[in-house]
Ligand binder design. Structure first.
Ligand SMILES: Cc1cc2nc3c(=O)[nH]c(=O)nc-3n(C[C@H](O)[C@H](O)[C@H](O)COP(=O)(O)OP(=O)(O)OC[C@H]3O[C@@H](n4cnc5c(N)ncnc54)[C@H](O)[C@@H]3O)c2cc1C
Ligand code: FES
Length: 366
């Protein structure tokens, strides 16, 4: 037994030394020197090679969406690389379609800059800014969701479309040996340009959510960048169905506030799925939109109501409730926000009801 423990110890020590040597080799032998990145055939940046394209652009204050913080799992950080990228890496493949590969689309978080590069990025990303702010208020919405209100200081105002998200920085702390960024939808109305309100659900052992729930305090300084995303209300007269679970409520709340302020009177239903009454929040605020909007109905549904909940509302899986209550077909747009599983299941029900897939918009909180 002792010999086994000794062997495991020796192997661990060898692998630790090898990892250290690889890091040292990468920093010294693989010294790529200064390289030039040409963006959209106009802007030229002279940067130090050796880092990823994503982090290098970020240090030059050019912000590419990166919801997973560069782990290669969200697929948000795509840019077109015309020169200087080398072959597609195995870690990029799951996120790139055949067509994207033919069009030289790459994941900027996976690409290391080793020589001069030519890239193309959408013009609107030049409008994404970094903001410094202060936490004005933290309140518990449920046992696992907190609402964080950030007052912006520098710049002091943000312009965004209701439904878009920002990326919040988690500084170095116990679980993060370098700053990491995660995506959070803004729940406040775009008319409140001076603040950003977020609804953040705790993910067990999650880097950013553990920081927000256990370490972040009112008065603390925070950094975020944005706005990002295509999840916003399309300009049309169609009827609307909103569907969310948990903190997926955030962008819908922002859209509803915006609709109320702009007096948009389109027929709209909002299905909110929760397990028990413990998972419901902001019930009065959401119900109040029925009075502020001319044709809006809020439908919270519980999948596992406890007896003591005395719940008189809808029960069952959110997909079953939608199937029962939704009587709007083709001339409808759907806006979904929550876990990937919930979104996939709801898309099936919505398309079966006759809503075309191209009119179903969603943000997967993954
Ligand atoms: C567009 C968009 C908008 C979003 N808006 C919101 C919002 O409004 N509110 C909200 O609460 N959330 C939102 N999210 C989700 C949010 O961005 C984070 O993913 C979530 O909060 C978890 O972050 P974390 O740092 O706490 O967890 P992470 O540290 O990212 O970990 C998440 C989970 O993955 C596991 N994990 C950790 N490291 C790895 C690894 N290397 N490989 C595999 N698994 C790993 C962890 O154990 C944990 O279970 C949104 C996501 C997107 C894409
Ligand atoms: S940042 Fe998520 S895949 Fe690149």
């Amino acid at each position: 037994m002792n010999e086994l423990i000794q062997a495991v110890g020796i192997l661990s020590a060898i692998s630790a030394v090898l990892s250290l040597l690889m890091v040292i080799a990468d920093r010294t032998i693989a010294n790529y020197g200064e390289v030039t990145i040409t963006i959209n055939d106009e802007k030229k940046l002279t940067v130090q090679g050796g880092s990823t394209l994503l982090s290098t652009l970020m240090s030059e204050e050019i912000f590419i969406p990166s919801a997973c913080g560069g782990r290669g799992s969200c697929g948000f950080c795509k840019v077109r690389v015309l020169e200087g990228a080398g072959d597609t890496l195995p870690t990029e493949l799951p996120h790139l379609s055949e067509e994207e590969r033919r069009n030289s689309i790459r994941l900027s978080c996976q690409l290391k800059i080793k020589k001069d590069m030519k890239i193309e990025i959408p013009e609107e990303l030049f409008n994404v800014k970094q903001f410094r702010g202060v936490v004005a208020r933290i309140r518990d919405l449920t046992y696992d969701i907190k609402e964080i209100t950030i007052r912006l200081l520098e710049p002091a105002e943000i312009s965004f479309k209701a439904g878009q998200y920002v990326q919040l920085e988690t500084p170095e702390y116990e679980l993060a040996d370098e700053p990491v960024y995660r995506a959070y939808s803004v729940s406040s109305a775009p008319s409140r340009k001076d603040l950003v309100e977020l609804e953040i659900r705790r993910v067990p052992n999650g880097i950013c959510t553990t920081y927000v729930h256990d370490y972040l305090k009112e008065g603390a300084a925070v950094t975020l960048n944005g706005p990002y995303g295509e999840f916003f209300l399309r300009d049309s007269t169609r009827r609307i169905v909103f569907i969310a679970g948990g903190s997926g409520n955030a962008p819908i709340k922002s859209i509803l506030s915006d609709m109320a302020e702009k007096k948009i009177g389109r027929k709209a239903l909002y299905f909110f799925g929760a397990r028990t009454t413990k998972d419901l929040f902001l019930q009065e605020e959401m119900k109040a939109f029925e009075g502020q909007l001319s044709d809006f109905t809020y439908i919270p549904a519980l999948s596992e109501p406890a007896e003591e909940d005395n719940w008189g509302g809808e029960t069952g899986l959110i997909t079953d409730v939608i199937d029962r209550r939704l009587d709007m077909g083709e001339e409808t747009e759907a806006y979904l926000c929550g876990s990937p599983g919930m979104i996939a299941a709801c898309i099936k029900v919505l398309t079966a009801k006759g809503i075309p897939e191209e009119r179903i918009y969603y943000d997967k909180f993954a």
